[in-house]
Write a protein that binds this ligand. Structure first.
Ligand code: KG4
Length: 338
């Protein structure tokens, strides 16, 4: 008998629904919200309203694209947190209502576990997935963590950022240069044409496996000031080199700590995840690092780096197999570690 799970993700500004059957992805629908663009960041109240508008058509489309009807589902997995509370409430309430109507269980998923477990989404049965244990470098707009993944439900955070996340370093430096929000993809694009060694920025000296990115942002700002007091012409002339040098520094910071963790744990498999893992420079650097050190690298498809319900469905699938269901009085949560 097959197991079919509907996943629902609504933690931030993407409404997404996906269907996974026996670990194989049947559909993954994502409705992104453009309403935030003019504000330079996500506006929580607008996000929850957009989720309310999107959730029914998104779930409906996911079922149709999967070629199934709601009665074929065994369970509904949903992101319970962390994220924006109002946004999470939409997905949580929808999952509860739909499960009551269908008389099937709900499974709650930690958004960060979803990112880590996205490597287990298979498009076809012979797709290769990581073996436990592995190290996951989870890099997003809100998190930068090195996680030792021992099992789908047993993860240990070895290191985390003590201030800004890697995504914030990209976004805040991009903002200084006048690039639109979120700046990460713009830095990525400019970096492709720039000289990564033209500018030198300060790197943190933090003990253990923890990260810090706030000093880099300050150093970036002062580099612009040293040359000419935040002169738009200077930025325009050097934007590719600034982006490439910034990206190189972020990559060096990330890989430096990852390498420490690899040496300390002896783990032979590395995975990356989260929105920042869409970055071309980071993807290439991780692949190169793993090849040099004879490690197995798992680099997710770009569609699975940002928020998506496929990762929620796969995480929910594993919990479902272990009969780990969620009570109906479970409330969403805004903040938590892994
Ligand atoms: O995981 P995610 O979608 O959500 C949050 O945790 O917020 O990550 C969003 C982050 C943003 O900081 C964005 O700038 C960054 O991922 N990002 C990138 C790229 N694509 C998205 N950063 C660098 N290069 C990219 N190509």
């Amino acid at each position: 008998m097959s197991t079919t799970i509907l996943g629902i993700e609504s933690s931030c500004d993407d409404t997404s629904a996906a269907v996974i059957r026996d670990g194989i992805l049947l559909s993954n629908v994502i409705a992104s919200q453009s309403v935030h663009e003019e504000y330079g960041g996500v506006v929580p109240e607008l996000a929850s309203r957009a989720h309310q508008q999107n959730i029914v058509p998104v779930v409906d489309t996911a079922l149709k694209r999967a070629g199934i009807s709601a009665s074929d589902l065994n369970a509904i997995a949903f992101t319970r947190g962390p994220g924006l509370l109002g946004s999470l409430l939409v997905g949580t309430s929808f999952a509860k209502g739909m499960s009551l109507g269908l008389r099937i269980p709900i499974v709650d998923v930690n958004h960060l576990h979803g990112h880590v477990l996205s490597h287990f989404i298979r498009r076809k049965p012979d797709d290769i997935v990581p073996e436990y244990p592995f190290l996951c470098l989870l890099i997003s707009g809100g998190n930068s963590q090195i996680i030792l993944v021992k099992n789908y439900n047993d993860m240990e955070i070895l290191g985390r950022t003590i201030d800004d996340a890697a995504g914030e370093a990209f976004d805040k430096c991009a903002k200084i240069m006048g690039l639109p929000y979120p700046g990460g993809p713009h830095i990525d694009r400019h970096a492709a044409n720039g000289d990564p060694l033209k500018f030198k920025f300060a790197k943190p000296h933090i003990a253990g496996f923890d990260y810090s990115f706030s000093g880099l942002k300050t150093s970036f700002l002062y580099t612009l000031r040293d040359n000419v007091a935040i002169d738009p012409d200077f930025i325009a002339k050097n934007i590719d080199d600034l982006a490439a040098s910034l990206q190189r520094t972020i990559i060096e910071i990330l890989i430096d700590k990852l390498d420490k963790a690899v040496k300390a744990t002896g783990v032979k498999t590395i995975a990356i995840g989260g929105g920042v893992s869409a970055n071309s420079g980071i993807r290439a650097a991780i692949a190169e690092y793993c090849e040099r050190r004879h490690l197995k690298a798992f680099i997710p498809e770009r569609v699975f780096t940002t928020d998506n319900a496929a990762m929620v469905a796969i995480a929910g699938y594993f919990k479902y197999l272990d009969q780990q269901f969620c009570p109906y009085d479970a409330a969403p949560f805004a903040r938590v570690g892994v």
